[in-house]
Design a protein around this ligand. Structure first.
Ligand SMILES: CC1=C(CCC(=O)O)c2cc3nc(cc4[nH]c(cc5[nH]c(cc1n2)c(C)c5CCC(=O)O)c(CCC(=O)O)c4C)C(CCC(=O)O)=C3C
Ligand SMILES: [Fe+2]
Length: 372
C-alpha cells in the first residue's frame, strides 16, 4: 500500500544549532563565523547576548519542541516516519545525524530546513552543509530532498497572523486600536539580498509578500486596516559593508518622530524564538520603544503553532507526491509564488567560494549515492 509519505522513510529537521551553556558560546561563535570576516568586536558583543541568557540559545529547545509536535502529529495521522535533527553549527551536527540515519537503515529522507526564505544563509549554505554531511557519511548515506521554503504556505502565514492578533491583545485597548505592524527579519548584506533566489531579490520580495498576507488576515480578523513596515535586526559584518536597512531601532525612532505611539513587532523572519528575537527584539527593541514612549508588543513566532506544524507535514506530503510522479496543488499565498523543490542552478549563490551543494540543479554527481 502506498503511504502519503512514500518514497521517504524519514523526516530530517535541518537547523542552525545554538550553544547550551557558557562553555559552548565561544566555540559556537567560531563555528558560525569561520571564514566570514566578522569583526572581533561584533563577535564579543553577540557573545554577551548569549552570556546574558546563561550561555544558552533558545533555538535547540525550540527545535526539540517542534520535533515533539511533528512526531505527535505524525502519530495522529497514523504515519510511521522517524524524525531526525541535524545542525550546521552545534550538536547534534548534521554529519553525525546522517551517520545515525544510515545505521538505522534510512535510505531516503525529506529535509525541512528551519529557514523560511531564499538567501545564501537560508538556502544554499544549508545545501552546502548537507553536501558535506553526505560526503562525510560516505557510501550508504541516505538520499536527501530539501523541502521547498515555507514562507508562502498559508499555514505559516496563519500562524504569524495569530501571533500579531495575540500581540494586539497584549497592548492596552486604545493602543491596540491604532497600532502599526512592524515586521522584522534578519538583516543580510545587500549583495546577498540582491543575489537571493533564482533570479535575485527573492529575500525581500518574499518577506514583503508575507507581510502583506499577514496584514490582510489581521485586518480581516480585527476589522482594522493597519499600516505596516518591513525592517531588519541583527546587522553584522564590517561597517563598510552595506546590509539591509532600516534597523528596527532606527525605524522606531523615525516612527516616534512621526507621532506613532503603538506598534506590534512581528518577527516573520524567524521560525521560532531565536536569540535574535530574545535579545534584539525582546530586550533591545522593546527598551528602545519604551524610551521613545511607544507601546510595543512582540508577536509570537510560528514555533509550535498547530498550523505551522501542519505546514511542515503538508510540505512533506506535497513533495512525496511530486517524487511519486503525481500531480500536486501547491498551497501558496500567491506572488512571488512557491520556491522550487530543487534549487535552480546558481540560486542563492555563495559569493565567497564555489562549493558543492546538495538538492540543486547544479549539484555535482555523487558517485556512491543514487541521487542528488
Ligand atoms: C538570513 C539569516 C538567518 C535566517 C535563516 C536561517 O535560519 O538560516 C540567520 C539565522 C540565524 N543566525 C543565528 C546566529 C548568528 N548569525 C550570525 C551571523 C550572520 N547571520 C546571517 C544571516 C542569517 N542568520 C549573516 C549574513 C551573518 C553574517 C555571517 C555570515 O555571513 O554567515 C552570527 C555571528 C555573529 C554575528 O555576525 O552577528 C550568529 C551568532 C541563529 C542562531 C540564533 C540562536 O542562537 O537562537 C540563527 C537561527
Ligand atoms: Fe545569523
Amino acid at each position: 500500500m502506498v503511504s502519503i509519505t512514500d518514497p521517504y522513510d524519514a523526516l530530517l529537521v535541518v537547523s542552525f544549532g545554538g550553544p547550551e551553556g557558557q562553555d559552548d558560546v565561544i566555540p559556537f561563535l567560531e563555528n558560525v563565523t569561520r571564514g566570514k570576516g566578522i569583526p572581533r568586536a561584533r563577535l564579543e558583543e553577540v557573545g554577551e547576548h548569549y552570556r546574558a541568557f546563561g550561555g544558552r540559545s533558545p533555538i535547540n529547545d525550540q527545535n526539540r519542541a517542534l520535533i515533539a509536535n511533528l512526531e505527535h502529529e505524525l502519530a495522529e495521522r497514523n504515519i510511521s516516519l522517524p524524525v531526525y535533527w541535524g545542525n550546521r553549527n552545534w550538536d547534534p551536527y548534521l554529519a553525525d545525524e546522517l551517520a545515525r540515519m544510515r545505521d538505522d537503515g534510512v535510505t531516503r529522507a525529506a529535509a525541512f530546513v528551519t529557514s523560511a526564505y531564499d538567501s545564501y544563509s537560508g538556502c544554499r549554505q544549508y545545501r552546502e552543509d548537507l553536501w558535506r554531511a553526505v560526503e562525510a557519511t560516505g557510501p550508504g548515506a541516505p538520499r536527501i530532498d530539501r523541502l521547498r521554503h515555507c514562507f508562502d504556505h498559508p499555514g505559516f502565514v496563519m500562524a504569524n497572523a495569530d501571533g500579531v492578533v495575540g500581540a494586539l491583545g497584549d497592548l492596552p485597548p486604545s493602543a491596540a486600536e491604532r497600532a502599526r505592524i512592524v515586521y522584522v527579519t534578519h538583516s543580510i548584506p545587500v549583495t546577498m539580498a540582491e543575489t537571493s533566489g533564482p533570479t535575485g531579490g527573492a529575500y525581500v520580495a518574499q518577506h514583503l509578500a508575507v507581510a502583506d498576507a499577514v496584514s490582510a488576515q489581521v485586518a480581516a480578523r480585527t476589522g482594522v486596516a493597519r499600516e505596516h513596515d518591513l525592517v531588519y535586526c541583527s546587522r553584522s559584518g564590517p561597517p563598510s559593508m552595506p546590509w539591509l536597512e532600516p534597523d528596527v531601532n532606527d525605524h522606531l525612532a523615525a516612527l516616534a518622530s512621526r507621532g506613532v505611539d503603538a506598534v506590534v513587532l512581528a518577527p516573520i523572519g524567524f521560525l521560532s524564538d531565536h536569540m535574535e528575537v530574545a535579545y534584539d527584539l525582546d530586550t533591545e527593541a522593546v527598551a528602545t520603544a519604551k524610551e521613545l514612549g511607544i507601546a510595543a508588543a512582540r508577536a509570537a513566532t510560528a514555533g509550535t503553532h498547530p498550523d505551522f506544524v501542519a505546514t511542515v507535514l503538508d510540505l512533506l506530503v506535497e513533495r512525496a507526491a511530486v517524487e511519486r510522479g503525481e500531480p500536486v496543488t501547491r498551497a501558496s499565498i500567491g506572488a512571488p509564488g512557491p520556491a522550487a523543490d530543487v534549487s535552480p542552478a546558481g540560486c542563492c549563490p555563495n559569493l565567497r567560494a564555489d562549493l558543492p551543494a546538495l538538492c540543486g540543479e547544479d549539484t555535482p554527481p555523487l558517485p556512491w549515492v543514487a541521487s542528488k
